[in-house]
Design a protein around this ligand. Structure first.
Ligand code: 26Q
Length: 820
């Protein structure tokens, strides 16, 4: 029996009740009668976890039996997971059983669901993408393991005080971590600092040795990633930092208790908090410590625990491919070199040959200021051996370049891994590109611009290294869980199976002209609007007006994403209403919902938040708008709110300056939930429009070549202000202090920047945006036509399933076998 398959608690109401009461009584240590909702939630989560655990053990057993097999190691500093309970119930088909079991205990499962604090271990798109990818990998049954950091504090909780963002710590662990499985007995030591020494080995070869100055311990926490209805449960392994005992002992013995405790705190700081910046990253030492910490733990873990004992490291390329989620884990490349050369005694050339095959790099940006660089001085102090290795990688790379491009020293300097100005530093994107088999962008346009601009020299040198994998989102969370009404309608129309085969949504096209289907489709939207109305009333005390077009812009706050352009539009709509220029009865009632967090140190982004709140307050209080316009800005937009908001949206705002948004993934979620997009020719918008058709997408603005051309000519925002009467009125109204209780100073910095700088050309695209919004309004007036367009958006965007993204990575980059 002990060697046989693991026995799961039975999939029956009775079995579930028993397991639940066991967790409640002996895990939480309370009887049902006096248990709190927190107790009940924790016991429920633990119960569901035990069902997952049985599958997890079974998945691991099968994997071991089918070794040797190539695996993917997904390395990401962020996983924006969202709530776990519903996802686990739906993946394991336990939802009904669990609901009935709770009912049998006199508990409404909805009340418990609301108790869960979402793990927000990511900033936005990149972290959420990682979460979607691991969901799809499990659903495809791909042999994979995901690695990251178990931050004690995730992305901050956003509150507004007098319209201004105030950050609160996200203490997501304070009510327990029922989904995490800690393994404190498995300690992974990680070193930092110190110096290197040259020495001559037994074989007479000269080598380098790292003599570290200090170290920490990595503690393993496993989180289970269930595949959808397939019995597979994969691993997400997150690392937590702790002080080494040796370190403590040493100081304790010296008699300084307080100093020993301080040392402990110092070590634990490494996994304390997620950095909330997602562009223009500062070269913070602690951030580099985080990166090396999780990467070192992960590689060590893979080599010593996932690989069988005594396996030959020369086989590594047949056993593992590490996917680098942006440059954040790129220190893994010199780390693997260090392990192969210093610990396994391989020759440099052989080690480099292996290392290069074990990594692939995904770039997520086009903004030059967002490319990560680390000062050489910091690297030398924190990771001296790695710096040495990077120097040698660079030396050999530059030698090759000089051979390939004789005399072209300018090109050699541009491509160097080490930059000399403004400070000697390591360009992580260059290191990643040199050390990887493949480099990919995240949407077709982005990958093209990577080749043509950001990494142009590299794509000329190695054209075959570059590829595209367009992002995707998981239909499990973002349709099936978040939109049960639409899920029901789709299943009733085309049958089951589409949730893990999203191309089947195409079968809905036939119904876009069916009046009865359209009617039902509109009923779904209406129900979802009612649901978000309840959520916002309860969550934030916001009373949404009913019967409005719901126009939604949710994403991180960034100048390039142009929340300011949306604001100018709102001000124009408002101005039209209060000036009596239009008959209020003739305009489509519209509610605009914003959701956006600003990086705490990003001044302009925080000013924009203040202005949106100011405009919302003024517009919503003005009787002259007569219920025709409403602006809502619920604080703390997160995955949980997204799941309620996106299914209710009519209009999706994707209005970044062309050539700046690498992909976007919110855009995909909206289209899949039957919202129409108003958007620029940017990121994945391009592919959305191609798929849904021009007539079902509201395109506006300059395309990337036009942007480049205007910038080359010299952009003068003032010209647009002077020559466009609508624009002038909107800006003047803001500048007059109309939205800030007459206070002009509160808006002067914002207006000043717009008129004299406007880095992302909002004014240049304003007229085109306004015209497109007027087209939206006209289209919305014809509800039959609108329904047709919305249905076609759902039917034609199955391509954006992250299952498809994962298959693309498998076929084009990883070359692994699925269904292990
Ligand atoms: C780096 C160094 C130091 C501190 C912070 C960072 C850091 C953290 C997060 C830099 C960037 C990020 C996040 C970037 C991100 O979310 N990019 C988005 O990725 C999505 C998934 O590919 C795309 O859809 C978006 O277009 C892209 O903006």
């Amino acid at each position: 029996l002990a060697r046989g398959p693991v026995i799961s608690p039975p999939h029956t109401v009775e079995g579930f009740v028993k397991a639940f009461l066991h967790e409640l009584n002996f895990g939480q240590g309370v009887p049902l009668a006096t248990s709190s909702q927190t107790d009940q939630y924790l016991a429920l989560a633990r119960t569901v976890r035990s069902y997952l655990m049985a599958r997890w053990l079974e998945t691991a057993r099968k994997r071991r039996a089918s070794q040797p097999q190539k695996m993917v190691g997904y390395l990401s500093a962020e996983y924006l997971l969202g709530r776990q309970l519903d996802n686990a119930l739906s993946a394991t088909e336990l939802r009904e059983v669990a609901t009935d079991a709770m009912k049998a205990c006199g508990i409404d499962i909805e009340d418990l669901r609301a108790q869960e604090v979402e793990p927000g271990l990511g900033n936005g798109g990149l972290g959420r993408l990682a979460a979607c990818f691991i969901d799809s990998l499990a659903t495809l049954g791909a042999p994979s393991i995901a690695y990251g950091i178990r931050y004690e504090f995730g992305i901050f909780r956003q509150t507004f005080v007098d319209g201004r963002q105030v950050e609160q710590p996200d203490a997501w662990l304070s009510s327990g971590d029922p989904w995490g499985v800690p393994h404190p007995e498995l300690e992974v030591p990680v070193n930092f600092g110190g110096h290197t020494e040259r020495y001559v080995g037994e074989d007479g070869r000269e080598r380098s040795r790292w003599v570290p100055g200090w170290g920490v311990i990595g503690l393993r926490y496993n989180y289970m990633v269930p595949g959808y209805h397939n019995g597979v449960v994969n691993t997400l392994r997150l690392w937590r930092a702790r002080a080494t005992n040796a370190f403590d002992l040493h100081i304790f013995n010296a008699g300084d208790y307080a100093e020993a405790v301080r040392a402990q705190t110092f070590a634990e700081n490494i996994s304390k908090v997620l950095y909330p910046e997602d562009s223009t990253p500062q070269g913070k030492e602690l951030r580099l410590q985080q990166q090396y910490f999780f990467v070192a733990c992960s590689i060590k873990d893979f080599l010593t625990h996932t690989m069988p004992k005594g396996f030959d490291v020369r086989e590594l390329p047949e056993r593992i491919i590490f996917q680098l989620n942006d440059t954040h884990p790129v220190i893994a490349i010199p780390e693997l070199m260090r392990i192969l050369v210093d610990e396994h005694d391989l020759e440099w050339d052989q080690a480099w040959g292996i290392t290069k095959q074990c990594f692939a790099y995904t770039c997520h940006t086009l903004l030059p200021e967002a490319l990560e660089v680390w000062p050489v001085s910091l690297m030398e102090r924190l990771l001296p051996r790695h710096m040495e290795i990077i120097y040698r990688i660079n030396e050999e790379f530059l030698d090759d370049l000089r051979e390939a491009y004789p005399g072209d020293e300018l090109r050699v300097r541009r491509m160097s891994i080490i930059a000399d100005h403004p400070e000697r530093s390591v360009r992580m994107a260059h290191l990643a590109t040199v050390g990887s088999v493949k480099v990919n962008g995240v949407a077709a346009l982005h990958s093209q611009l990577l080749k043509d601009k950001v990494l142009n020299d590299f794509s000329e040198l190695w054209p075959d290294r570059f590829t595209n994998v367009t992002n995707g989102v998981t239909p499990r969370r973002f349709i099936r869980q978040s939109n049960p009404a639409l899920t029901g309608l789709i299943t009733e129309t085309i049958g089951k199976g589409w949730v893990s085969d999203l191309d089947r949504l195409a079968e809905l096209q036939a119904y876009s002209d069916d009046p009865e289907f359209r009617e039902k489709f509109r009923a779904v939207k209406a129900a979802n609007k009612e649901r978000i109305t309840d959520v916002l009333a309860k969550r934030d005390g916001i009373q949404l007006p009913q019967g409005h077009m719901l126009d939604v812009m949710v994403k991180r706050l960034h100048e390039y994403k142009r929340q300011s352009l949306k604001m100018l539009h709102i001000v124009t709509l408002y101005d039209r209403l209060i000036s009596g220029e239009v008959d209020p009865a003739s305009v489509t009632p519209r509610t605009v919902v914003f959701g956006a967090k600003a990086a705490p140190g990003y001044h302009m982004a925080k000013e924009t938040i203040f202005l949106i709140n100011s405009i919302a307050k003024t517009v919503n209080a003005d009787p002259r708008v007569q219920g025709r316009l409403f602006v809502a800005f619920p604080p703390n937009y997160n995955v949980t709110l997204a799941e309620k908001l996106i299914p209710a949206a009519d209009l999706s705002e994707q209005i970044s300056l062309a050539g700046k948004e690498a992909s976007g993934t919110g855009n995909m979620k909206f289209a899949l939930n039957g919202a129409l997009t108003i958007g620029t020719d940017d990121g994945a918008n391009v592919e959305i429009r191609e798929l849904v058709g021009d007539e079902n997408f509201f395109l506006f603005g300059m395309d990337e070549p036009a942007v480049a051309e205007l910038q080359a000519r010299g952009y003068r925002p003032g010209d647009y202000y002077e020559s466009d009467a609508n624009l002038k009125r909107a800006i003047d109204l803001i500048a007059s202090g109309h939205f800030t209780d007459g206070n002009r100073d509160a808006v002067s910095a914002f207006v000043g920047d717009l008129l004299s700088n406007d880095r992302f050309l909002a004014l240049a695209d304003y007229a085109s945006y306004l015209e497109a919004q007027d087209r939206v309004e006209a289209a919305y007036a014809d509800q039959e036509e609108w329904s047709r367009k919305a249905i076609l958006n759902v039917a034609r965007t199955g391509f954006f399933s992250s299952d498809r993204s994962m298959r693309d990575y498998i076929d084009r980059i990883w070359h692994i076998k699925t269904n292990a």
